[in-house]
Design a protein around this ligand. Sequence first.
Ligand code: SF4
Ligand code: SF4
Length: 253
Amino acid sequence: MAEKITIGELHLSGCTGCLVTLADNYEGLFKLLDDYADLVYALTLVDVRHVPEMDVCLVEGSCCLNDKTSVEELKEARAKSKVLVAYGGCAAYGNITRFSRGGQWNQPGHEAYVPISEVVDVDLYIPSCPPCPQQVRNVAVMAYLLLRGNDEQKNLATAYLTPLMQLAQRGNEACGCDLLYDVINQGLCMGCGTCAGTCPVRAITMEYGKPNVNRDLCIKCGACYAQCPRSWFNFDVMNNYEGIMDAINGAMQ
Ligand code: SF4
Ligand code: SF4
């Protein structure tokens, strides 16, 4: 078996729910850490105080521009990582921290919280609040295959990771309104209801076969648009679906 890759988690203005999501792979996490990846940085789990060199850095949380340490750590993580991942809705889109406006004791000046791509270049997104355990596991396995695999495995890993990279290229603003602007208004919605099933706060209801978004409930996590099969449906992934699933299932056995 090839040498393991190194993975770290940088915790910024997040709730640790994304890290819990990684742990929610249960035995899959042990398999991952036994065979494919060493966890070299994660202040909740690993007693390493300074940002090390990493193959993959999962960044959880948005970045508070009023907190110098957060900004510096994020820039350091970017400089020391081959692949920087916005892990979860806060890192990718700001999520609930989009509603921050300061004025709270004991740091009333902490008011500016931004998606991490406002500060550094981001390679790929794992959206939602929380993200899906299988998806972060898949990204870790695919990063391993990309960095250590043979040509066929590298091609599969590229097919899997490219859409998540494209999501990062698309921008750092998310809202249920994305469904209106980029799916329904484009004549693409087929009324499947995936968006409503995905929303973690039930901000979406299906009315007359189309999603209706309650914007007062929406926390701007980006899950609905990412999961909508008419948003960024990617043929590279779907054409390689069986190979990708075989590779992941094989790796996890
Ligand atoms: S997931 Fe996309 S296609 Fe399906 S109902 Fe929602 S907006 Fe329409
Ligand atoms: S509508 Fe729901 S899933 Fe979509 S961005 Fe808002 S909170 Fe997230």
